[in-house]
Structure formats: C-alpha cells, structure tokens
Write a protein that binds this ligand. Structure first.
Ligand SMILES: Cc1ncc(COP(=O)(O)O)c(C=O)c1O
Length: 412
C-alpha cells in the first residue's frame, strides 16, 4: 500500500518542498497540476455558448426544433442490435486489433463500398468512435513540439484539439502550397463537416503529392462518405460516381504509404452511442498506432465489435437511412432557399451549410426567435463566419416544423 511518504505520492502532488504533501493521511491541500485545460491551449467547449439561444428557442409554444448537432435520431437497425445482444457474454478482454471477423468485415467493406481492394487485415484497426482517434492521432504517431499538424480552414474542431494535446503547431490551410515544411500530419475531411465539401480525385492526388514531398502523413476523415447528394455524382448506386476515399486506387496508384482513411459507423448506421469506427491504410502506420493503443487500453468493447461486423455486412439499412436523410434534406433545402438563405457547398454529408450574408450569431439569434437552433459557423471557421450549419438529424415531424417556421422568417 502506498502511504503519504511514498515517493510516488510525492512526485504526483506537492508544490516545492513540503507544500501539498501531508503525513496525516488526508489529501493534500494543493495539487501541483497546471491550470487545465488552459495549459493545454484547448479552446472553450463551444456548445456551451449556445445555451441562451437554446433557452429562447425552447420558449416556442410548439417546442424547439434543434438542428444544431449531428446526432442521429432514428433507431439503431435491428440487425445491429441483435448482434450486440448476442455478444453480451464478454468475460474476456477484447483484442485491441479487433476480432478476425471485424478486421475481415472492414477489409470487405472498403472493397465493396469504397473501391479499395487488397487491404490486409493488419492494415485496419477498430477505434472507440472516431473522435478519440482524431483527438489522439498526433500523440499516437509520436508528434510533438516542433511538428505541425494541418487541417482544413473550415473544420470540425477536434483536429485542432488533437494538435493542441500533442503540443504541435496547428495550421488551418486547404492549399497544399501553404503547408509548412514542418508538417508531419495533414487532416483532410471529405465529405466535410460542416460544409459538405467533397474532394475529388485530383484534389486528393494533389494533397498526397505535397504531403509526400514534406514527409507528412495524410489522413482523410471520411465518415459522411455514404451520404452523397449530387445526382450522378457522389451518389451511392452502382452507376454513380462515389465519394472517393484517400485509399482509392485513382488517388494512390496502389501505394498506401503515409495514407490513412478514418471511417465511423455513427452516422451511416445510427449507432453513435455504441462508439464504433475504424482506421485503415498504410499497414506500418496502423501497426504503430495499434502498438500505442495496446499499451493505453484503447479497445472497442467486444459486443460493439460484434455489432460492427453486422453493421458493415448489411447495406440495406444504410440505403434506407440515406433515403430518410435525402427526404429531410429536400424539405429543409427548399425551405431555407425560400426564406432567403443561400446554400453553399453541401454536396454530401449530414448538413446544409447556409448563409444570409450576415454574422453567424445574428442568424442564430433570429432562428432562436422562431424556435430553431442551428450551429453557428463561428464554431468551425472563426469569429468572422457568416455561415450557419443545419443538421439533417431530426425527425420528419421536426423537419416539417422547421420548414413552417422558416416560411414565417422570410421578409421580402
Ligand atoms: C468530421 C467528423 N469526424 C469525426 C466525427 C466523430 O464521430 P464519432 O466519434 O461518432 O465516430 C464527427 C462527428 O460528428 C465528424 O463530424
């Protein structure tokens, strides 16, 4: 047992000589921790700032229409739930690398849905949702001070958080020509959150070429790849051009060196609560990441691994969910345009990225007056943003309510 004189205790607590270290068995008065999270230079958690707008929107007599977060509202498909239930006897530790069945299912999914053939089962790895991987990847790759992590200018904030956690420099830059010589990791996000931008094969090739000049890893966060909305482009049927993966042979010419694709089942399969995602690509990088994750105990639970196999093997529920979102998107897009919004980008994904050419928070305040909540672009591209992000993750009834309220908002 460790008592208060144990040198381990003394190295953990105590400022200077005796401060904080007590010999009476009571906890120390002062912990010698840095001011966290400020010491890590983490941004404020932005969603807290929406509370007053949410409170105002909730005053609407027919309740709030909350389109601010991309959290699925439709049920987890039965095929996935049944697989989870069948796997609840999980007495043994799960494998960090994933069960053989899961690794095979991921390899098979890349071949079937993404046109990426020939991945080895050692080149794929399950993660506990993808947010933790996004936040930890710079650390898992051993990056630190002196290194630079690049991410899109309009971006999901966790790329910058991951850079801060590793104490690397974070640079928001889309043009590969602007990536500095110290770049060691480049985050791409196609289709993008919040703006639904899709990077085609030429853009992905340009990113890979520049990153290879710099000796940097390129990771594409691809969790919206099954949700393409352009007719005959970024679609999902056999005749459509699919949203390309960073591992697409037209991008890689068959060479995966330095390339990783990150995918999540949260959105396509309505199982955000399960925490189910994976990374695939350069086998040596995947194995490096696996090594650290084994030490750190970053293991998806065994029942979730079983559920992932079921989700990856069933295309029907993904197609049904896509059609639900397609219908909601059509209703919302029409209502937004009729109300004087311009829809920018939004070629794929779960969001409509819109503007009224006014500061984002002015739009958010107006929406709140009409009982609606959306996400301000300030969360994704800085204070000067004039965009607002509407998520498609609401019931048909709430989307219809949004359309009615938007009709009232229009002033010619
Ligand atoms: C671009 C992007 N990456 C990663 C995630 C995290 O997804 P999850 O942790 O549910 O897999 C999200 C969630 O919204 C996202 O939008």
């Amino acid at each position: 047992m460790i008592d208060s004189h144990d040198p381990i205790t003394e190295t953990v607590v105590g400022v200077g000589s005796a401060a904080g270290v007590r010999n009476d068995g009571r906890p120390p008065a002062v912990l010698a921790l840095p001011d966290s999270p400020a010491a890590l230079s983490l941004p404020d958690f932005p969603w807290d700032s929406l509370a007053p707008f949410a409170a105002r929107a909730r005053e609407h007599p027919d309740g709030i229409v909350d389109l601010s977060v991309g959290s699925p509202v439709d049920p987890t498909p039965a095929v996935v739930r049944d697989a989870l239930v069948a796997a609840t006897d999980a007495h043994a530790y799960p494998t960090t690398s994933g069960t053989p069945a899961l690794r095979a299912a991921i390899v098979d999914w890349y071949a079937r849905r993404r046109g990426v053939r020939g991945l080895s089962t050692d080149a794929v790895l399950p993660t506990i949702g993808s947010k933790e991987l996004v936040a930890l990847l710079p650390l898992l790759l051993g990056l630190g001070p002196g290194d630079t992590v690049v991410y899109p200018r309009t971006a999901y904030p966790t790329y910058a958080v991951g850079s801060a956690l590793a104490r690397t420099a974070g640079v928001a830059a889309d043009d590969p020509a602007h990536w500095p010589a110290s770049t060691r990791l480049v985050w791409l996000n196609s289709p993008g959150n919040p703006n639904g931008v899709v990077l085609g094969v030429p853009a992905l090739r340009a990113a890979v070429a520049r990153a290879r000049e710099l000796g940097a890893v390129v990771v594409n966060d691809e969790c919206y790849a099954e949700l393409g909305w352009q007719p005959e482009r970024w679609g999902a049927t056999a005749n459509d051009e699919r949203v390309p993966s960073i591992l697409d042979p037209r991008v890689t010419d068959g060479n995966h060196t330095g390339l990783l694709s990150v995918y999540s089942l949260s959105k396509q399969s309505n199982l955000a609560g399960y925490r189910a995602a994976f990374v695939a690509g350069d086998e040596s990088l995947v194995q490096r990441v696996l090594e650290v994750r084994k030490h750190a105990g970053l293991i998806p639970p065994a029942p979730v691994q079983a559920a992932m196999v079921a989700a990856l093997g069933d295309e029907q529920h993904v197609a049904e969910q896509r059609e639900r979102y397609r219908a909601r998107r059509a209703v919302l897009a029409t209502a937004l345009e009729s109300a004087g919004f311009r829809i920018d980008d939004s070629e794929a994904g779960l969001y409509l990225w819109v503007t009224r050419d006014e500061p984002a928070l002015v739009t958010i305040a107006t929406l709140a007056e009409y009982g609606m909540l959306a996400a301000p672009g300030t969360f994704y591209e800085g204070e000067s943003s004039q965009h607002v992000r509407f998520a498609l993750t609401a019931t048909d009834e709430r989307i219809a309510a949004a359309a009615q309220r938007l009709a009232l908002l229009y002033k010619p």
